[in-house]
Write a protein that binds this ligand. Structure first.
Ligand code: TLP
Length: 344
């Protein structure tokens, strides 16, 4: 049976070029700083983000956790969106391992944290209060349907945070989707932030990995936190090699995924029983709602039995993500099946 897996762009397999590069990768012990391929990837990543240095990590979750651990101290408070991946999907690592309190601010439909709300959330100096030390933003904003934060917004949020003495971490798991959507270099989206992490293993199709970028001092301290978390890898050049191919060859093609997401949206709006849950499709994520009477779990199971996979994103809410392994024809096929299940 044909399988169209729209659960996430994390399901992408490495390309043939990546597998070749992995097989041929020059390696060394990265804990000694001696893996030439990892070193090359880190230099490349830092350049792409316009930062001084970078650190290869196992996952987006690990990059975010290391950023929180490096920017804060136990008992600090961090500000992030009610829809933030760090808040919702990272097993509470910031609290469990970082000992920080999270102060959430509702994201608007565009994935932004309204500036006035950020300012309101920053604690005054008062003997009763924890110290607010970090603001976390997310670009693209996953749960807001892959919404894109513009450099203008990010710069304003950074200016506000810095004025109050906060650092800013950007969860840029899909920052290249944002860059491609806006037609600007990713570095512009991360210009003012103190750290940015991006994933190689999502739309860019590498099998594993994320890179955390920032200034030299931050990365030096972050490297130690990675070691503490057990993330000091040895001959990691084998996986970094795929990351290099991802950065060199997989960024521009994200535009295709965005076009397919718009195609999916156009089709979904024609299906009775489905409404879009976002104002516009900005990148590769489509979030949609089923009419209240449709049981979501059953819908997913039925669709799955037709070979089309999506994930649950709420009581009546589903998410579909386009990526390299889904073609425009696959979108047509998926739409036919979604329509069929809705009809049934
Ligand atoms: N997101 C996954 C799931 O965890 C929801 C997905 O399928 O979208 N930041 C953002 C914005 C993310 O969307 C994700 C992964 C991460 C961080 C974590 O990356 P990994 O999975 O590499 O730990």
């Amino acid at each position: 049976m044909k399988i169209i897996d729209l659960r996430s762009d994390t399901v992408t397999h490495p390309t043939d070029a990546m597998r070749k590069a992995m097989a041929a990768a020059e390696v060394g012990d990265d804990v000694f700083g001696e893996d030439p391929t990892v070193n090359r990837l880190e230099i490349m990543a830092a350049q792409k983000m316009g930062k001084e240095a970078a650190l290869f990590t196992v996952s987006g979750t690990m990059s975010n956790l290391i950023a929180v651990l490096t920017h804060t101290r136990n008992g600090n408070e961090i500000i992030l969106g009610t829809e933030a991946h760090i808040f919702l999907n990272e097993v509470g690592g910031a609290a469990a391992l970082g000992g920080v309190m999270v102060h959430t601010v509702p994201n608007d439909a565009g994935g932004r944290l309204p500036l006035a709300d950020i300012e309101n959330a920053i604690r005054d100096k008062n003997i009763h209060y924890p110290e607010t030390t970090l603001l976390c933003l997310e670009n693209t904003q996953n749960r807001c349907g892959g919404a894109v934060l513009t450099p203008e917004y990010t710069n304003q949020a950074v200016e506000l945070a810095h004025r109050h003495g906060l650092k800013v971490h950007l969860d840029g798991a899909r920052i290249f989707n944002a860059a491609v959507a806006l037609g600007i270099p990713a570095a512009e989206l991360a210009a003012g932030v103190d750290s940015v992490g991006f994933c190689l293993s999502k739309g860019l199709s590498a099998p594993v990995g994320s890179v955390l970028c920032g200034n030299k001092d931050f990365i030096e301290r972050a490297r130690k936190k990675r070691k503490m978390l057990g993330g000091g890898m040895r001959q990691a050049g084998v996986i970094a090699a795929a990351g290099i191919v991802a950065l060199e060859t997989m960024v521009d093609r994200l535009a295709e995924d965005h076009a397919n997401a718009r195609k999916l949206e156009a089709g979904l709006t024609q299906i009775r029983g489905i409404t879009l849950a976002q104002e516009k499709i900005a990148t590769n994520i489509v979030i949609f709602d089923l009419v209240q009477s449709f049981p979501v779990a059953e819908f997913i199971t039925k669709l799955d039995s037709h070979g089309v996979k999506v994930v649950r994103f709420g009581n009546h809410r589903l998410r579909a993500v386009t990526h390299r392994m889904v073609s425009a024809d696959d979108i047509d096929y998926a739409l036919t099946k979604i329509e069929q299940v809705c009809r049934e």
